[in-house]
Design a protein around this ligand. Structure first.
Ligand code: AMP
Ligand code: ZN
Length: 496
């Protein structure tokens, strides 16, 4: 059965294949490393992980390229505010991103490409566009893409470009939802900003050009698939197509894969709504990485997922059920008699149902439902002492196939929560840790240095007559099992 996937470019579900007969070459827009990743970002990356795992399940190789946007308006702004060079600022968030991807069980792409390490490729592409009179330079030295020179503009998003103003320009990296305008390929250097002195002038790349340059560099002029969240379809992906195809004159990516945004408790996730969560926020609240992965994958990628804490609790129970089931089937003493034909049929159907659901546009909801059907049937047989060794082994094989996609059965949860606690401690964010987590993992997670810092902050608060803050710190420490004693010689503390 061929793996079929919806293609945004054609609006149809189409078979997916490696055009070179070996590996499916695909590019996924990676993170902009200016802050910690949030669960919306990870919903997208997790479905891309399922995509790459499903391709491999079909015995097709993968060559997956992901970029790291390590220079853009937000990074420049935040690095300046922190008084750091952009590389120093962004490397912390890049490291955190990979730790989070790892915690969520995402496989590592074959190639990871940083924008700042591919400036020559971007410059070359802009030079090629300039030679075709598609890129033009403005008085300040910036370069723009003239979309009126690319008649196919709008093919992916289906935007109607009637009435676009030739020469109307946009230079922001941030999203411009509705209007199609000439977009910045290269921004001339501004005082105090990071810039590169190149053949097209001193400046820095626009956001869109990096993905074209790196996709072409690693995957060739034409490749199989391009992925990202739905917000990237326009203008980012439209611009990538325009930049690339205007140069190469061949189709850039054949298949386009877009993951729908998630809602949180029924609303758009946003900081101002107070419903914005990073992975780390959730780990510190005591939710397990495996349950977060399972929840973010529970709804197929083209449907909206409504992330709720109730749902997360249900997924925690679901993962536990699957792990208990696997241990039971693996460790039980089962009959040596011949396989039960009725049960063997159910096992085979679950296996086929699982594969078929994934092959059908990555229907993760149906795929997991097939595994829970298996769980119920095999548990019933085991409860009645009828389970045979042959059927138990066949069940374990189906579970292994399930886990080659969902990757939740091996239990690394405690280890990951501990790592999140160590991070919170290093970052002075222990106040965000839920009391249950501290209780489960022990107050010893608070280092001496972290305690000393809180004690010093309390002393200062008292000096400033901010007794509310001083008391809050005392209580916070008490909750974590740290007792304070005020004495003439200052404050002493001890662990309960
Ligand atoms: P960014 O770091 O903002 O460039 O985003 C990285 C990836 O996450 C992109 O593919 C985005 O489309 C995707 N993304 C951002 N917000 C959400 C969201 N709320 N739901 C799903 N995907 C998202
Ligand atoms: Zn991109």
């Amino acid at each position: 059965m061929a793996l079929e996937l919806f293609n945004t470019l054609t609006g149809k579900v189409e078979p997916l294949f490696a055009s070179d007969g070996k590996a499916l070459r695909f590019y996924c827009c990676g993170p902009t490393v200016y802050d910690y990743g949030h669960i919306g970002n990870f919903r997208t990356f997790l479905h891309v992980d399922v995509l790459r795992r499903a391709i491999k399940l079909h015995d097709i190789g993968v060559h997956h390229v992901m970029n790291i946007t390590d220079v853009d308006d937000k990074i420049i702004r935040n690095a300046a505010a922190a008084g750091k060079p952009i590389g120093e600022y962004s490397s912390k968030y890049e490291r955190a991103f990979f730790e989070d991807m790892n915690a969520l069980g995402c496989e590592t792409p074959e190639d990871i490409a940083r924008a700042t390490e591919h400036i020559p490729e971007m410059v070359e592409l802009i030079q090629r566009l300039a030679a075709e009179d598609i890129a033009y330079q403005t008085e300040d030295g910036s370069w723009y893409f003239r979309i009126a020179r690319f008649p196919a503009y709008g093919q992916l998003s289906g935007k109607d470009l009637e009435g676009i103003q030739d020469g109307a320009r946009i230079d922001s990296d941030e999203y411009e939802k509705d209007s199609a305008r000439d977009f910045a390929l290269w921004k001339s250097a501004k005082p105090g900003e990071t810039s590169w002195d190149t053949a097209i002038g001193n400046g820095r790349p626009g956001w869109h050009i990096e993905c074209s340059a790196m996709a072409l560099r690693y995957l060739g002029d034409s490749f199989d698939l391009h992925a990202g969240g739905e917000d990237l379809m326009f203008p980012h992906h439209e611009n990538e197509i325009a930049q690339s195809e205007a140069c190469t004159h061949v189709q850039f990516a054949r298949h386009w894969f877009h993951v729908r945004f998630l809602l949180v408790e029924g609303r758009k996730m946003s900081k101002s709504e107070g419903n914005f969560y990073t992975l780390r926020d959730l780990l510190l609240k005591g939710y397990r990485a495996s349950a977060i992965r399972f929840l973010l994958l529970s709804v197929p990628y083209r449907q909206q997922l409504n992330f709720t804490f109730e749902g997360l609790a249900a997924e925690t129970a679901a993962v536990d059920r699957l792990r208990t089931f696997q241990a039971r089937v693996r460790d039980g003493k089962w009959l040596d008699t011949a396989s039960d034909p009725e049960l063997a049929t159910i096992i085979r159907k679950s296996d086929e149902g699982f594969v078929a659901a994934l092959a059908n546009d990555l229907n993760t909801a149906e795929a997991r439902a097939a595994i829970f059907d298996l769980l119920r049937a095999v548990n019933t047989s085991a409860d009645q002492n009828k389970l045979t060794r042959a059927d138990a082994e066949a069940t374990l094989a189906v579970l292994a196939k399930f886990d080659s996609i969902f990757s939740v059965l091996e239990d690394h949860d405690a280890e990951l929560t501990r790592a999140a606690l160590a991070w919170a401690e290093a970052e002075g964010r222990m106040a965000e840790v839920a009391p249950e987590v501290l209780e489960a993992f022990g107050s010893s997670s608070l280092s001496d240095a972290a305690i000393d810092a809180l004690v010093a902050e309390r002393t200062l608060a008292k000096k400033q007559r901010n007794f509310a803050r001083a008391d809050a710190i005392r209580n916070e420490l008490l909750e974590k099992g740290i007792l304070l004693e005020d004495s003439k010689d200052g404050v002493r503390w001890k662990r309960k």
